[in-house]
Design a protein around this ligand. Structure first.
Ligand code: FES
Length: 273
């Protein structure tokens, strides 16, 4: 997997909020426009994120948010309100200025995908970056199927259905689609219809990624995971997002924000939760 070893803090840009909507519960989609998007569109890789800087100076650290997609001259970010910073973001209105970094992190490695099919597995707010990934795979002529998991109310289903060959949905409470988690749904689908994929990509909570990594190991399917570690600085300075990664025969501490967020599942040291 290619990794950019040289990391530098990239530029900050200021955009304008083009719109904001609540997708469900505490999950929002904000659309941002600005001249910077021309550069973003050229550079961005699926799975990268931006740091959003708050207006409230008491919120010192930026909030890292995955890039959902760039479409119709707008950057779309989907986020869950979890604290002061994201609560401020949820209050932004059309026309408000918003300051953010250029795309950060390594993103998914698509060099392994020259043909064939891909399985995209997402959970909760791990799903938004898979939308851009599905679009990029589609542009390369790679067919994709998505398996998406939610605690209860789903979001971004229609957007995924427009791009993927097939979208399966699981909710933990059974209120929509399959009752259970994504790994159970993949196993069920595999037993009934067979499940073929040349590459699996995933983003979501760690227990989901760990269970998926076990399944992919059993089935000898290559899996890339985007880790959703809680971040502090978002720039590799605070070690707040460090994870254990097995490389060169030893376990090394790596920063999800700087060295990731995407890793090969077989390299991640999955501690028991
Ligand atoms: Fe600070 Fe990654 S969030 S090092």
């Amino acid at each position: 997997m290619c990794r950019d070893k040289e990391w530098v803090q990239k530029s900050l840009v200021t955009g304008r909020v083009a719109g904001q909507e609540r997708l469900t519960g505490d999950v929002y989609r904000i659309r941002i426009q600005g001249d910077f998007l021309e550069d973003f569109s050229r550079e961005v890789k699926p799975g990268q994120f931006v740091n959003v800087y708050m207006k409230d100076r008491s919120t010192l650290l930026p909030r890292p948010v995955s890039i959902c997609r760039i479409q119709s001259g707008q950057l779309e970010l989907v986020y869950r309100v979890v604290g002061k910073g994201t609560r401020e973001m949820a209050g932004y209105h059309r026309g408000d200025a918003i300051r953010l970094s250029s795309p950060l992190g390594n993103g998914f490695d698509l060099s392994c995908c020259q043909s064939g099919s891909a399985l995209l597995v997402g959970g909760g707010v791990g799903i938004p970056p898979l939308l851009q990934l599905a679009g990029e795979l589609n542009n390369r002529g790679i067919r994709s199927m998505a398996v998406l998991g939610f605690q209860r109310e789903p979001f971004l289903i229609q957007e995924m259905e427009k791009i993927c060959d097939k979208v399966l949905v699981a909710t933990e409470d059974g209120s929509f689609g399959f009752a259970g988690n994504v790994v159970q749904l993949i196993e069920k689908e595999g037993q009934e219809k067979g499940l073929a994929a040349d590459q699996v990509f995933s983003c979501g909570p760690k227990p989901m990624l760990k269970a998926l990594a076990d399944l992919c190991r059993e089935r000898e399917l290559p899996l890339q995971v985007s880790l959703e570690e809680r971040m502090g600085c978002g720039y590799g300075a605070c070690v707040g997002c460090a994870v254990d990664i097995k490389q060169d025969g030893k376990i090394q501490r790596k920063a999800v924000c700087k060295d990731g967020p995407v890793f090969l599942a077989e390299e991640v040291f999955w501690h028991a939760e």
